[in-house]
Design a protein. Structure first.
Ligand SMILES: [Zn+2]
Length: 429
């Protein structure tokens, strides 16, 4: 794309004047981020560094090349040639801009001979001191690999977000020079595995991010940014407590666990300004406890919404009474066992709640052919009974938590002995 604004034209002009990689940069590229491999073909090993081939018995993990003395990691392979691609990012400042230059390092080891390195520049990120980004890049080639660039074409301004938001993986970082404002804002060559643009933009535009980075909480900064909660007041409050108390949150695992815990605390409406909650002595325990509380709260809410929905369903309640009215007077008794019909949706809810089973939640009152009765012993709920009205048979009789009560057999016998009454009311001979 053509440069449209003054800044874009400036970047285009400066980019043309950027020096190519120096010999020391090339030396850095040659040694950085590359794993030296030896190709092992069963009997022989080929050094991909110098191309030397020698006999070797048994597959070891690592071996030293007898010709060039490089320590090689052995890879079983039938190929006689090999190639490898990685990226190097060079950080340099240029006339008030921070430039991040992405180079593709392509190693290839031909059939005869040692490896050669081909270095091509793919993308340049130009970051202004206000954190604004201008991207220069080669055109992308459509295809399976997302980092395919056409290196024959020149670099040009790219406004497509995929060039700025999508980042090249980089293995090696070469720091040549950094804007003074970045140094002032705390940058100390540690990127905490962030893309340079992401970190620089935060350090240039967000004073809170700057404080976190300076205090050594780079991992926390990275994950806060990744989860998009760097501007969330609750998280900021919790992080401020961490900073004030110098709470140890340096490792990535601890940071992730801590953030999950804070998320749970927010869901539980706990005070995230409180040191007691935010900086627990045992992070793992506090994390697990908070997770469990959230789970219980969600379960309770789920049940409450179901109950609320059913309670509002007046139509169902009315039709139940109309349909089952004729059975309401049934009462089977024997000794202190009393079995009666549930007479309303509200009674289903009470029964379900007291017996911890699903008679209410699963809408047994809406099932056309099922008659539900409650068996009580001395006034206490003992079991809930379902009868199929089509053939007047007992379907199930369940106690607390769907279990069986000590009176189960007596209850079943009493129901069976009185099924004829239900038959009569249903008009079944
Ligand atoms: Zn060698």
């Amino acid at each position: 794309m053509k440069a449209r604004t003054r800044r874009e034209r400036e970047v285009e002009e400066l980019s043309r004047r950027l020096a190519p990689l120096s010999s020391s940069d090339m030396e850095f590229a040659r040694t950085a981020g590359v794993e030296h491999t030896g190709l092992y073909t069963g009997k022989r090993v080929k050094c991909t560094e110098c191309g030397h081939v020698w006999q070797q018995q048994g597959l070891k993990k690592q071996v030293r090349c007898p010709h060039c003395n490089t320590l090689l990691t052995l890879r079983a392979s039938r190929c006689k040639k090999a190639s490898e691609v990685c990226y190097m990012v060079v950080l340099q400042s240029c006339r008030g801009w921070q430039v991040c230059r992405y180079f593709r390092l392509k190693w290839s080891c031909p059939v005869n001979g040692g490896r050669t390195l081909c270095v091509d520049e793919a993308v340049q990120h130009w970051i202004g001191s206000d954190g604004k980004l201008i991207v220069l890049a080669r055109p992308r080639i459509m295809g399976f690999y997302i980092d395919n660039f056409n290196y024959k074409e020149p670099m040009s301004i790219k406004r497509n977000v995929s060039y700025s938001a999508w980042h090249l993986p980089y293995w090696a970082v070469r720091v040549k020079s950094v804007l003074p404002v970045l140094r002032r804002n705390g940058y100390k060559q540690n990127l905490f595995a962030m893309q340079p643009y992401d970190l620089f933009c935060l350090l240039l535009t967000n004073p809170f991010a700057e404080t976190l980075y300076k205090a050594g909480y780079g991992n926390l900064l990275r994950i806060l940014d990744y989860r998009r909660v760097l501007h969330d007041d609750n998280y900021i409050a919790a992080v401020k407590i961490v900073l004030r108390n110098h709470y140890p949150l340096k490792s990535k695992d601890d940071v992730v666990m801590w953030l999950d815990m804070v998320e749970s605390l927010i869901k539980l409406d706990k005070d995230v300004h409180n040191r007691h909650f935010v900086c627990p002595a045992n992070l793992k325990q506090a994390h697990d406890r908070a997770m469990e509380q959230v789970r219980r709260k969600q379960e309770l809410e789920r049940r409450r919404t179901i109950a609320e929905k059913l309670r509002k369903d007046k139509k169902l309640a009315k039709s139940y009474v109309k349909r089952m009215n004729k059975y309401f007077d049934l009462l089977f008794t024997h000794g202190n066992i009393v079995i009666g019909v549930l007479k309303s949706v509200a009674e289903f809810e009470e029964e379900g709640k007291a017996m911890h089973h699903c008679v209410f939640a699963n809408k047994y009152f809406a099932k056309e052919n099922s008659l539900v009765m409650s068996a009580r012993v001395g006034g206490e709920r003992m079991e809930t009974i379902e009868i199929d009205l089509r053939d007047c048979q007992l379907v199930q009789s369940r106690g607390v938590n769907n279990g069986i009560s000590p009176y189960h057999d007596e209850i079943v016998a009493l129901v069976n002995a009185n099924l004829f009454q239900i038959r009569k009311l249903s008009g079944i001979a």
